[in-house]
Every structure is written in structure tokens, then in C-alpha cells.
Design a protein around this ligand. Structure first.
Ligand SMILES: O[C@H]1[C@H](O)[C@@H](O)[C@H](O)[C@@H](O)[C@H]1O
Ligand SMILES: [Fe+2]
Ligand SMILES: [Fe+2]
Length: 308
């Protein structure tokens, strides 16, 4: 990849507080960088709606189709580098996690064919589904915050195209398994002599930590929480890759993965049903659930006020 671009530094991260997950994590191995969290395929998740009825992009309304047409034309390497740099250099607002949830609530996601609920409701639906399935507390809080990166919309985004929607790598050929693949013809990178090749600026097995994913809410929130929470690497992967459907659902871009990514893929796949299928659950009662989640937030965000 292009020299000097630090996409990620998760691998150097240590000092996790492991008490919350000690039944599932062998602390020594985690600090050595190997995942010990097992994701058994035991999700009891039962969607109120038939699961094949989600993500029907061919039948999606104009709002969704126009959204992706714009996003796929504008997510370029040049834009990605600029967005990362803007994030690193801008003044960051300070807020608690709950204040962030409330602030986000005014946004209606134009890319989403499956819900018209507010973001606070979607976040609580995801967290509640994870909690009801008896999953660990770190995963519940991950469900609660996973879309908070959409706050980016209020921090200098150019619209929704650089905030929401599925993600994909930039700097190498756009895979046909990304939704609406033909719309990439309008992206200048698909005519670039390097970016349009299979590996582009990357090399086989380079690891997703070294790949620039299209800029949006996943990548932004990942950068916000990685230094300001005690969440384990699996939670950070759930946040960072939850919109990377071409990878976790369609098996594209596998050739860029390293060994660590195999573990992360299992984590992201374990998370996905709670994000997607909970969209048809009953609308949660925010005031009733708030005390439980405030306590949960405190557990994983010890400094309480975060820089956004
Ligand atoms: O429309 C949705 C929505 O924006 C989600 O937050 C994102 O994670 C999905 O990947 C996307 O398809
Ligand atoms: Fe999302
Ligand atoms: Fe979501």
C-alpha cells in the first residue's frame, strides 16, 4: 500500500481489561494476539420477518438506489486519504456515549431499505437481541454503539454517501459482489491503471488492517473507540467491518486477509444477524432500557466523556 499511510494500529494495542469476558477469553493468548473468543453458531435469533426479505436492493426504492449511485462514484482513494486526514486534524466534540446516541437520533439513513426507525431504536433493538441471546456484556454494548459513527454526518461529511451504506476497499478493483456493481463505472478509480487491478496498492495476504475501506461510519467509530474503551479486538472488528457485506456475506476480498482476519471474520459474522434481523423487532422503550445501558456503557468506557 502507499507508504506512510497508517490505516490501523490495533495489533499494537494491549492493556485490555478482561474481567468481563474472562469466561471466554484466555487472557494470556489475547495479549499474544490470538483470539480465544469462540463464536458457536448458537444464535437463537428469530426474526419477526422472513430473513430473505432483508437487503432486497434490486427492488429498493429510488432513495436507496440514488444513494449508492452517488456513493460508488465518489468513494475514491483521494477522498479516503483526505477524510482520514480531516478526522485526525479536526477539533473533536466531547460527549458521553449516551449523549452521542441522543445526538444521532435525528438522522434517517438514506441507504437502508429495511428500517425507517430512528437510530436510537435500531441501536437498542440490536443490543436487546444480543442480550436476549445471552451473549457477553461487551457484545451487548457493541450492539448499542455500533452505528454511532453515523455522527460523522454532523462533523464535516459531504452528505450521507461518506457516512452510511455498505463498505468496500478502495485502491484495488471494485468486486462484482458489491451491491449495484455497475455504478462503479462512474468512479474515476475504476479507470486508474493501478487502482483498477485486482490487488491495486495491496498485496496478497496483506491483512485488512492495511486496507483502506471506503470512508464512513464503521471506520470512523472504530478510530473513536479503539483508544477510548476497553472493548476486545472482536468488538472493534464488529464495529469496523459490520457494513463490509461484500466480505462477510459474499466472501469477496478473501485474498487480502491474514490469519488474524479469519478470527475477526467469525466475530463479524456472529454479530451480523443482530444488526440486520433485529430491524423487524418491536420498537424498544428507550426510557425503560436506559438505566441498564448506562451501567453497561460505564463498564467499557471508564473515562465517561469521549472525544468524537
Ligand atoms: O444501509 C445500511 C446502514 O447504513 C447500516 O448502518 C450499514 O451498516 C449497512 O451496511 C448498510 O447497508
Ligand atoms: Fe451500520
Ligand atoms: Fe446497524
Amino acid at each position: 500500500m502507499a507508504p506512510g499511510i497508517l490505516v490501523d494500529d490495533t495489533t499494537s494495542r494491549n492493556g485490555l481489561e478482561l474481567e468481563e469476558t474472562s469466561d471466554q477469553i484466555d487472557a494470556v493468548n489475547v495479549l499474544k494476539g490470538q483470539s480465544q473468543i469462540k463464536f458457536d453458531d448458537d444464535s437463537q435469533f428469530d426474526s419477526a420477518k422472513d430473513k430473505t426479505q432483508f437487503r432486497q436492493y434490486e427492488e429498493a426504492c429510488d432513495r436507496v438506489q440514488n444513494f449508492y449511485r452517488e456513493q460508488h462514484a465518489k468513494q475514491t482513494v483521494a477522498y479516503n486519504l483526505k477524510a482520514r486526514n480531516d478526522f485526525k486534524t479536526r477539533r473533536r466534540e466531547e460527549m458521553t456515549v449516551w449523549q452521542a446516541i441522543e445526538k444521532l437520533n435525528t438522522l434517517i439513513d438514506e441507504s437502508d431499505p429495511d428500517t425507517s426507525l430512528s437510530q436510537i431504536q435500531h441501536l437498542l433493538q440490536s443490543a436487546e437481541a444480543i442480550r436476549k441471546d445471552g451473549k457477553p456484556r461487551w457484545m451487548q454494548v457493541t450492539g448499542l454503539i455500533h452505528d454511532l459513527g453515523k455522527l460523522l454526518y454532523f462533523y464535516g461529511s459531504e452528505g450521507q454517501w461518506d457516512v452510511v451504506g455498505d463498505t468496500f476497499p478502495v485502491g484495488c478493483a471494485f468486486d462484482k459482489r458489491i451491491i449495484y456493481p455497475d455504478t462503479f463505472a462512474a468512479n474515476p478509480d475504476s479507470h486508474d491503471p493501478i487502482y483498477s487491478t485486482k490487488f491495486g496498492i495491496y498485496s496478497p495476504g496483506c491483512g485488512l488492517d492495511n486496507v483502506m475501506l471506503s470512508w464512513g461510519h464503521d471506520e470512523y467509530l472504530y478510530h473513536v473507540v479503539k483508544d477510548q474503551s476497553t472493548l476486545p479486538p472482536e468488538a472493534l472488528a464488529m464495529i469496523r467491518y459490520h457494513s463490509f457485506y461484500p466480505w462477510h456475506k459474499e466472501n469477496a476480498y478473501r485474498e487480502l486477509m491474514d490469519e488474524h482476519d479469519e478470527d475477526m471474520l467469525r466475530a463479524v459474522r456472529a454479530f451480523n444477524p443482530y444488526d440486520l434481523y433485529s430491524k423487524s423487532d418491536k420498537v424498544p422503550d428507550v426510557e425503560e432500557l436506559k438505566p441498564y445501558y448506562l451501567e453497561l456503557i460505564d463498564e467499557f468506557f471508564p473515562q465517561k466523556v469521549l472525544k468524537w
